[in-house]
Every structure is written in structure tokens, then in C-alpha cells.
Design a protein around this ligand. Sequence first.
Ligand code: FHN
Length: 421
Amino acid sequence: MTERVYDWPDHYGDFQWFIEDRFGLFIHWGLYALPARHEWVMTKEKIHPEQYKKYMDRFNPDLFNAREWAVNAKKAGMKYAVLTTKHHEGFAMWDSDATDYKVTNSPYGKDIVREFADAFRAEGIKIGFYHSLIDWHHPEFTIDGLHSLRENEEEKAKKREFDQYVQYLHQQVHELLTSYGKIDYLWFDFSYPDRDWDWSKGKGAKDWKAEELEALILKLQPHIILNNRLDLNRGVYTPEQYQPKRSIKKDGLDIVWEACQTLNGSWGYDRDELHWKSPEMVIKMLIDTVSKNGNLLLNIGPTARGEWDLKSMEIMERISEWMKYHESSIYGAGESEFPSPPDCRLTQKDQTIYLHIFSWPFRTIHLSELAGKIEYVQFLHDHSEVKFYEYMESDIHHHNVPVVEDGEVVLEIPVIKPDVL
Ligand code: FHN
């Protein structure tokens, strides 16, 4: 299989662990879990910062157990985890010296970032921090949205010193990268200078002093990798809830990319969110992403009591079961050099091709779409019925699959049990 060449900044940490691990957990957790109406509830419902602060006085996740989260993530095969240290609401989930608006001043009183980092590291899961550039609480963060929330004219008339906010942003990033040990991944969100969006007023790299911030980050944690949302147009490309048609390239070079996806359309816990993806859809999303040389960062929004809701747990259970049998088709695998039959995805690792049959068992797979000759078939099937084995074995011997030069090709067929059966 031809070696891939990636477009990756020399001064960033090595990304090899990232494309090996392929599968991570995203956690969106903050005061927004209390209203339980989406992590944008403050702006969507135009709650004035002074009003919104009341949620801090009620934040007390009595059922939070970081080790339980870490064990569940490990069981599901997630190799890295990214926690919102601060989302757009501006609430710090750690004991920040830069603000009183922090979790250690809530009834909960403890440093959630520390509990998260310690528990997930103990399970061998790499640590990622999400950090929002946007801050709807900080008085010097100039956004139209917030100004329109500031009722009185005096407040609106105040000159805002955006640079004071930027200094605060750099200070909090410094705290996060010097207080919790080795951090593997920094996930900024978000900066679209070409879009004069209400909440960011088209802020871009120069406004965040992004080059300076990046230099600080790499000085503090030289091995770290960053995503591309600091608006420096480098790092892990993180399209939002988007599955590209093929692997992502720029000027012929491969791009390190990661799809971030919710389970139900909301990043933060939303008690009324009804757009749940089925376990089968989520497993297929993971396979589809890897088949295009990407990573999947799958999100859970914990409740205000610190638990994962039942539907999220059900999906995680099914993913755990599938990964138990088929993790070899995900870890270290990527886009195949061969075309995939319709309704299928191929992932490939060295000389092994994994044929993921998305339409199983509803169609015969005509493997002739893959030129070549199979040397050996190994079925990776779980406790599903033997008839699938016989069905596919007969089919395989009448069709061809790719020969990979100088070596035996192994075709493995992971089983995705449809939810409908
Ligand atoms: O506005 C945020 C949103 O709340 C969420 O955090 C996602 C995660 O990728 N990022 C922004 C939208 O792109």
C-alpha cells in the first residue's frame, strides 16, 4: 500500500498517534446542562449574562463520576477524549485564577478538568481540551449578540477593550496547559473571519493574537496537536457534523481530519432533542469516516447531575459490542487503495482489507467490482449466525477481490447488525 504524505505543520506535535487511534469522545458540559436546552441556550433565549450567572449557584453534579465516564469510553474503544474546559458561555470548568466565574465557586466546588484528566489518563485515554475563543460572559468580549442583551444604554455605550479579553484568553490557556500534566490535543472553537457572524464579529487570527498564542502553547506542551479553528489554517481539519465523499487532500497531500458528530443534534444535553442517531448509524459513521482516512470525535452531553443519559448509554453499549469484535478494522486503518462496492465501505490496514457491508444482509455482494483475486478470506464475525458465514463464503469464491502485490491479501468482513433485525 503506497505511503501517504500528509500536509502537517513541522512545529506541531506528531500526529501519528491520532491517525492510529481514529476514535475519540467529545464531552460538552457546562452550566447549559441545567436549562438542558442546548449549549447555545444563553444566546438562543437571549439570557443576559447577569441572569445566566444564576446557573452557577445551582451547578452541583452530585452523580458525576469521572472514572465511570472513562471506563465507559474505554469500553467503547475511544482512545482520546476532549472536554469543554470553557464553552461560549464563558464558565470555567477548572479552578481558574483569571475569573470568579468557575466551577470551584459553584456548590460542586471541585475542579472538573482535573477529575476528567486524572480519570481518563488512568484508563490510558489521551487527554484533549476544547476551549472556546468566544466568551459571552466576559465584559470585554465585543459581540453584537451580547451588546443587544445589555439592556441599558450606559452598558452598551461602554468602550470595550477587546485586547483585554484576548489577554484573558491567553492567560486561561496558559493555566490549562501548566496545571493538568501532559495534554495531547487542543481543540479551539471557533473563528470564521470570513463570516461576520454576530457572536464573533468576523474575528480572526490577528484578533486572537493567534500566532503568539500558538507559540505559547507549543512552548508549554511541545508534543501537542491542535485543530484548525484558531484560524491559522493548519492543524487537524475539523469539519462540523460532515462526512466528506472521500479522503480530504490539499495540493495532492493528505489532510489530517476529524469529523465531530453529536448523537442527537445537540452538543450540550438537551432534554427535548429528538433527532437521535441509531446505534447502527453511529457505527456506520465511524466506519465511513475511517474509510475516508478521518477520525471520529463522537459527542456526549452529560446531564446537570453528571450522568450520561440512557439513550447515549444505549448507543455506547452497542458501539462497545461492535468494537469488541471489529476494532482491528478501525485502529490504524484508513482509506483503501481499492474502490468499494456499492453499499459498502472499505477500510485498509497494510495488506488487510476490511469490507464493511452497509446493506447486509439485504443484497449479494458482487465482489467483482474489486479487480484481483482473493488469497484468503477471514470472517470477523461476532456471535451472529453461521449462515452469514456460509452465505458469504459461497459468494466470495465466485468473485474477485484485489490482489495486493508481494503478499497475501486478507479480506475481513466485519458484521454490522442492523437495528431493524
Ligand atoms: O458553536 C459551537 C457548538 O456549540 C459546538 O461546540 C460545536 C462543536 O464542534 N462547535 C461550534 C459550532 O461549530
